[in-house]
Design a protein around this ligand. Structure first.
Ligand code: AMP
Ligand code: MG
Length: 980
């Protein structure tokens, strides 16, 4: 046995000289040899999931012309004799996988599987191979056929005859013996062997200098000698603390994943191709680096994640001896970049140049060694280290001729995919072909089609202005931009100019004076009664100085008096400030103080002590006689749509509640829009459920009172149990319920468990206030038949509701049945616009999460006495220039919601959560930071974190975690401290 030194730069041995080659005693013609490190990993994966076809490597060519099948088969046998790897199997020896190289004679066992698809059905075989279902089925079956690594030929050939002069040759190898480069070697050698054998001419190919196993031996020696340690050190440092890239997928990854994949291809225009080549030359980077930079920018813009990691293949065939070999050489480079919104594309390119060159210098370390070092827990469910793949192929398989036979490469649909997303570019002299392969568990074809368009738009922007910051580069093609900004915001409705709500109400009183406006316990009020009593109080309010825009508070229990007062304030020209008497006294005092109202309407027993600054307090019982002296006739006031209609307090990031100022214009638009969308009619009987301090009460009250419907006021008893609630609704013949989502969800659970039924007259349930659980919507299908269910979404700052989504329509189209997909919040109401923008306030594409901004007629005037906060949340419309270019005249201001949403392809918005720490609990907006700040003011508290917990579904609670300076004394009640 000669000993041979293997150095990294040369393979000195020829196959026969290989030192580690030794035959087994029992089978003298069989050699047992070590495997390479990449083979070891695939062998390991195959042990975990034997026969998984994920690593079957297919290549197909179309053969046009007369074919000599025997010669073709012989050519393959020749190849098998020549390349040891093509006659190798893998097995376990001494607890280690090894490759067993079989004798050359094994080649005679190779046969092509021949299938005849001619004329089936006769004569109408589609010309196009892509659309021939029978061919595709045969190919797919052959590609998926599993290999037994220990006994099968790891190269299989199928020959499908489509016409007398047309065959498809499909070769499938297990990746453990081949890579993409090998496919080229194989096809090239075939093109030499076949014509000679077909013509019965002797043929010899130049001898192979070494065999694949020699490379494996060399690689093992290199690893054992510790030569690669510096490379391992480089990579472990380079890839420390990776952030996995969470691509915005249409669905959650199933467990286990199917890994079914699909592929789409496009061609970039010659102009763009040339421009890209120019830019790469000018900036001294390779085309690979430039395209990778653009791809990373795309991923960054989609995810907002500054740490973008992409895997990329490296042929790993630097040494000339191995360039002519078939075998699994390809290695994976993990290319990591750090992106920032203000980084220019040119700067990103320099960064990429540097990391890529460094990666090339450290390319010998087998990827699996790196995985071992960084990720000992190998999950089959998610690719290790990176989820996205990028490759540039500059040597595509050429069209070849084999004598009279022409070879055309055939593009195959992938059966399974290894990565979530792969973008591969094929370079040809004129153009670049782009192929995107994607995981069907996560993405669908239209999404990938759009993503290609985004990449193309980005590339066009980059060649025009490579000096632009990443956040400024264009992403949306004109058509998509038009769709999201204009088409989906075409909500314009010309509502007749009717002035203010109370004008409409007064018209309704004229139309139906005797219709029942209010029902409360056993009391009823007609429209005429309600109007007259409200007029009397309104006249009295005017005597107290109430005029257009004056803020008037009312703190009254749910009763006719509450509605009379509300109407009276509006009729007098004032704006109402609702104060729910069940709120903590501290909170009520704060609102009174903060709003500096001049008049307060209340009841004796409520004893809200107004601050000294409230000069006029009307106590209804006490002042009844004075009020009754006033005229019951409608008032004439100067109030216009520009005046305030109400101020509603809501929680805020300032640490204190803030008053949202809503003008009549916004309230009118909302009232008319809601009436239209909910189809409110005179025959409706609507439950007034919400606390008057929530703007949802406006959704119940205003559409009802402008349509001649009846408002039924909720009683406290109705909340004792769901059965009492439903029974009372049945008795009151309620047709419309407007419920907090959390309440409705509990009701669904109850209804399902008790098999109870809904009130007979009920036709519509509106829910809203927080994200709807998809499970509750799925369960609703069983119980809600015939009752329309609408999800309504809206911050107080945009007047009650900005978006609605008809969930029953989804259910009837079987769209929402998934109990995991987030529930949609739908499309904007009439005269409301929605924009989904990224952190740089640029529109994001369909399917990509962004922040929801709302514009249009519903916008509040701002926060009362908080100009800075108003300026922060009500911003100048950042897309107004784009809109005016598109000739759309839209509002100048948008409200920034802090809600994370995305567009579905049908234009409906999906709610994904908050961008800040605001939460909703039983309908209340709560800033967790506000509570944390209060806790931290306690002398014994060092640090505090507050969280929303939902330990059992529907049971939301706030939990505070605290670090103390010292033990709490029994007297230190933190709960009481926070409540104060
Ligand atoms: P509010 O001003 O009290 O109406 O609270 C508005 C906030 O509640 C929104 O910004 C959302 O975060 C949340 N919200 C309201 N309605 C919905 C809904 N239907 N789905 C998800 N979140 C909602
Ligand atoms: Mg709301």
């Amino acid at each position: 046995m000669t000993s041979t030194v293997y150095s990294p730069n040369s393979f000195l041995s020829s196959a026969s000289e290989c030192p580690s080659r030794h035959s087994t005693i029992t089978e003298p013609d069989v050699f047992v040899l070590p495997v390479s490190s990449a083979q070891q990993r695939l062998w390991f994966l195959d042990q975990l999931d034997p026969g998984n076809p994920a690593y079957n490597l297919p290549v197909a060519v179309r053969l046009i012309g007369p074919l000599n099948v025997t010669a073709l088969e012989k050519s393959f046998q020749g190849l098998i004799q020549r390349h040891e790897i093509l006659r190798s199997t893998l097995t376990l020896q001494n607890q280690q996988p090894v490759q067993v190289v079989h004798d050359k004679r094994a080649s005679s066992a190779f046969h092509l599987t021949v299938l005849d698809l001619r004329g089936e059905p006769r004569g109408d075989t589609p010309k196009d191979t892509d659309t021939d279902p029978r061919l595709q089925a045969v190919l797919s079956k052959a590609i998926r056929q599993p290999f037994d690594l220990s006994s099968d030929h790891l190269l299989r050939g199928t020959l499908i005859q489509r016409h007398d002069n047309e065959h498809i040759l499909l070769l499938v190898m297990h990746h453990i013996i081949a890579d993409d480069w090998s496919m080229g070697v194989l096809v090239q050698e075939l093109a030499t062997l076949y014509p000679a054998l077909a013509a019965n001419q002797p043929i010899t190919l130049p001898d192979l200098p070494i065999q694949y196993a020699d490379f494996a031996v060399w690689q093992q020696q290199q690893l054992q000698s510790g030569q690669l340690q510096p490379q391992l050190d480089y990579w472990t440092q380079q890839l420390a603390d990776l952030t996995p890239l969470q691509l915005p997928s249409a669905r959650a990854r199933p467990n286990p994943p199917s890994r079914q994949g699909a592929k789409q291809t496009w061609t970039l225009s010659p102009q763009l191709t040339t421009a890209l080549r120019h830019l790469s030359q000018k900036t001294d980077v390779t085309l690979f680096m430039l395209l990778l930079g653009a791809f990373k920018t795309l991923l960054y813009r989609y995810t907002g994640c500054p740490d973008v990691v992409v895997g990329s293949p490296i042929a790993n065939r630097n040494q000339p001896e191995i360039q002519t070999l078939i075998g699994f050489f390809v290695n994976t480079l993990v290319l990591r970049s750090h992106l920032q919104p203000d980084l220019t594309f040119l700067n990103l390119l320099s960064q990429i140049r540097e990391t890529t060159l460094e990666a090339y210098e450290h390319q010998d370390l087998p990827f699996e060694k790196l995985v071992e070092a960084l990720h000992p827990d190998r999950s089959l469910h998610q690719p290790p280290l990176f989820q996205v793949w990028f490759a540039l192929h500059n040597a595509p398989l050429p069209d070849l001729n084999m004598g009279p036979l022409t070879l055309e490469p055939l593009s195959l649909q992938p059966d399974t995919v290894q990565f979530d997303l792969s973008l591969e570019v094929m370079e040809s002299p004129e153009t670049l072909t782009v192929a995107i392969e994607y995981d069907l568990d996560l993405f669908d074809a239209p999404t990938i089609g759009r993503w290609f368009e985004h990449w193309q738009t980005l590339l066009t922007g980059i060649v025009a202005h490579p000096e632009q910051p990443l956040s400024e580069l264009p992403l949306l093609p004109a058509t998509e931009q038009h769709q999201v900004l204009v088409e989906w915001n075409k909500t314009q409705r010309n509502y007749a100019q009717v002035g203010c709500f109370h004008h409409l109400f007064e018209q309704q009183v004229k139309k139906s004076p005797r219709a029942i406006a209010l029902v409360f316990e056993d009391q009823q009020l007609t429209y005429q009664d309600l109007n007259q009593q409200a007029n009397q109080l309104a006249h009295y309010l005017q005597t107290l100085g109430v005029e257009s825009g004056t803020l008037v508070g009312f703190c009254l229990e749910r009763s006719p008096a509450m509605l009379i007062s509300l109407l009276a304030i509006l009729k007098a020209g004032g704006a109402y400030v609702p104060l729910d008497p069940s709120y903590p006294v501290e909170r009520l005092r704060f609102m009174l103080q903060d709003s500096q109202i001049e008049v307060l309407v209340t009841q004796q027993h409520l004893a809200v002590e107004p601050p000294i600054s409230t000069p006029n307090v009307i106590i209804l019982e006490r002042d009844q006689a004075i009020i009754a002296q006033h005229s019951p006739d409608n008032l004439k006031t100067e109030v216009t749509p520009d005046h305030l209609a109400y101020v509603i307090y809501t929680s805020g990031s300032t640490g204190q509640p803030k008053g949202v100022m809503i003008e009549h214009r916004a309230l009118m638009n909302f009232t008319l829009a809601a009436t239209e969308v909910y189809e409110i009619e005179a025959s409706d009987r609507i439950l007034q459920f919400a606390s008057i301090s929530f703007d949802t009460a406006a959704e119940e009250i205003f559409p009802a009172l402008t349509q001649g419907s009846t408002l039924v006021l909720r009683t406290e008893a109705m909340l004792h149990s769901f059965s009492e609630f439903l029974a009372a609704c049945q008795v009151a013949e309620i047709t419309v319920l407007d419920l907090p989502t959390a309440f409705w969800q509990q009701m669904v659970i109850e209804l399902t468990a008790k098999r109870a039924s809904l009130p007979m007259a009920l036709r519509l349930i509106i829910i809203g206030g927080e994200a709807v659980s998809p499970q509750a919507v799925a369960d609703w299908q069983q119980i809600g038949a015939g009752v329309r269910l609408v999800n309504s979404y809206g911050p107080t700052e945009t007047t009650v509701v900005a978006m609605v989504h008809d969930l029953s329509r989804d259910l009837s189209h079987d769209l929402q049945v998934s109990s995991t997909a987030p529930v949609a919040i739908g499309r904007p109401l009439p005269n409301v616009q929605s924009y989904v923008l990224d952190a740089a306030q640029k529109p994001v594409p369909i399917g990509i999460p962004g922040e929801l901004y709302i514009g249009g007629k519903g916008l509040a005037r701002g926060y009362l006495n908080r100009p800075n906060l108003s300026a922060e949340r009500f911003i100048r419309n950042p897309v107004i220039e784009v809109l005016s270019d598109l000739q759309v005249a839209e509002g100048d201001y948008l409200y920034r919601t802090g809600d994370r949403v995305r567009y579905r392809a049908d234009g409906n918005l999906e709610f994904l959560g908050r961008l800040d720490d605001q939460v909703k609990i039983r309908g209340y907006r709560v800033e967790l930071g506000e509570i944390e700040a209060v806790l931290q003011q306690h002398p014994t508290v060092q640090n505090a974190v507050v969280m929303l917990r939902e330990d059992s579904p529907g049971q939301k609670r706030l939990a505070a975690y605290i670090v103390l300076h010292q033990a709490l004394k029994p007297a230190d009640s933190l709960e009481a401290f926070v409540e104060k």
